[in-house]
Design a protein around this ligand. Sequence first.
Ligand SMILES: NC(=O)c1ccc[n+]([C@@H]2O[C@H](COP(=O)([O-])OP(=O)(O)OC[C@H]3O[C@@H](n4cnc5c(N)ncnc54)[C@H](OP(=O)(O)O)[C@@H]3O)[C@@H](O)[C@H]2O)c1
Length: 322
Amino acid sequence: MARQFGLNDFAARSVQKKIVLSPTVKRTVLITGCSAGGIGHALAKEFHSRGERVFATARNLESMVELERLGITVLKLDVTKIESIRDARDKLSVMTGGKLDILVNNAIMAVSDMDMNAARNLFEVNLYGAIAMVQEFVQLLITSGNGRVAHVGSIAGIFPLPFSASYNGSKAAVHALSNTLRVELAPFNIKVVNLLTGGVTSNISRPLFLPENSLYRPIEQILLQKRVGISQVTAMPTAQYARRVTTELLHSKPRAWFWLGDKSSLCWIFDTFLWKTSLVSLLTRAALYLTLLILSAYLLRMGYSSNHLDYQNLQVTLEVES
Ligand SMILES: NC(=O)c1ccc[n+]([C@@H]2O[C@H](COP(=O)([O-])OP(=O)(O)OC[C@H]3O[C@@H](n4cnc5c(N)ncnc54)[C@H](OP(=O)(O)O)[C@@H]3O)[C@@H](O)[C@H]2O)c1
C-alpha cells in the first residue's frame, strides 16, 4: 500500500531488502553523466560493488579514471549527439550480446535565469538526451526480458526554486516522460522509475550568471550569494543516495516514483496532501517579502536613484500575485 502511494521512508525497507532481484544473475547497467563527484559516478560504484556489470559513460573519459581502475567499463557518450549514443550502444551491444537490463538517464546541464541559448541546450541534455537514450537502447532493454529505465528526476520539477526555471521545467518534463514511458513500455516488461531527487552532494552547484536583461540584475550579487549552493546545504551524501537507488532499481517491483534526498520528504508531503500550486503560492509570498527586503536594504545602502529597475511596477506585480 505504502509503495503504491510513492511513500519513501515509510515503506517497509526490511521487506524490500528480502525481495531484491537474485544477486547471482549479473545485470548490465548503463549510466549517463558519470563524471567524478556526481551522482552517476556514485551509482556506477554502487552497482559495481553489488556485482552488476556497469557501463559508465560521460563526455570525458578522464573524468572516469577512478571507475576504470575499479574494473568498470567506461564509454564516451554525449547525450546530445546521436552518433555518440549509437556508438556507445553498438559497443555495449557487442560486449553484452545485445542486451541491457538497466538504463539510468542521469546526465544534466544546469543553468540559471533565462538565457535562451542556454535554456535550449539545457533541454537538449536533460529532456531530449533522455528521450534519445531510451529510443536507441529500447531494443536491448526488451531483449533483457526484465528491463529498467531510471530517470534521475528532481524535486525541482515540483518545487519552484527561483533562478533555475528552465532546469525546473526540464525536470517536470522528465517526470511526465517517465510516467508515460512507464505505461508505454509495460507490455515489454520494462519498468520505468522516476527518481524524485532532493539535495545530494555533487558538482551540480556551479557559479550562476544572470543574463544581461535580467530583471534581477541590480541585485545579482546578493541573490547569487544566497542562491548558489543552496541545494548542497544539508545535502544527502552521494554514496548513501546511490545505495538506496541501487536497491530500488534492483527490486523486483521498483516503484514508479521514488523520493530521495534532502527536502524530498517535505516535497512529497506538499505534493501528496496539498493542492498542486501550494508550493508556488508559498514561495511567491516568501519571494515577494524577501525581494522587497533585499531591495530596500540595497537601495538604502547604495542611495539608489537610477531607473535600472521599474521598482513601482515590480511592487504592483508582486501585489497582484500575492
Ligand atoms: N545533486 C543534487 O542535489 C540533485 C538534486 C536533484 C536532482 N539531481 C539530478 O541528479 C542527476 C545527476 O546530477 P549531479 O547532481 O550528479 O550533477 P553533476 O555532478 O553536475 O553531474 C552531471 C553529469 O552530467 C554530465 N553531462 C552534462 N552534459 C552532458 C552531455 N551532453 N552528455 C552526457 N553527459 C553530460 C556531466 O558531465 P561533465 O562533467 O562532462 O559536464 C556530469 O557527469 C541530474 O539528473 C540532476 O538533475 C541532483
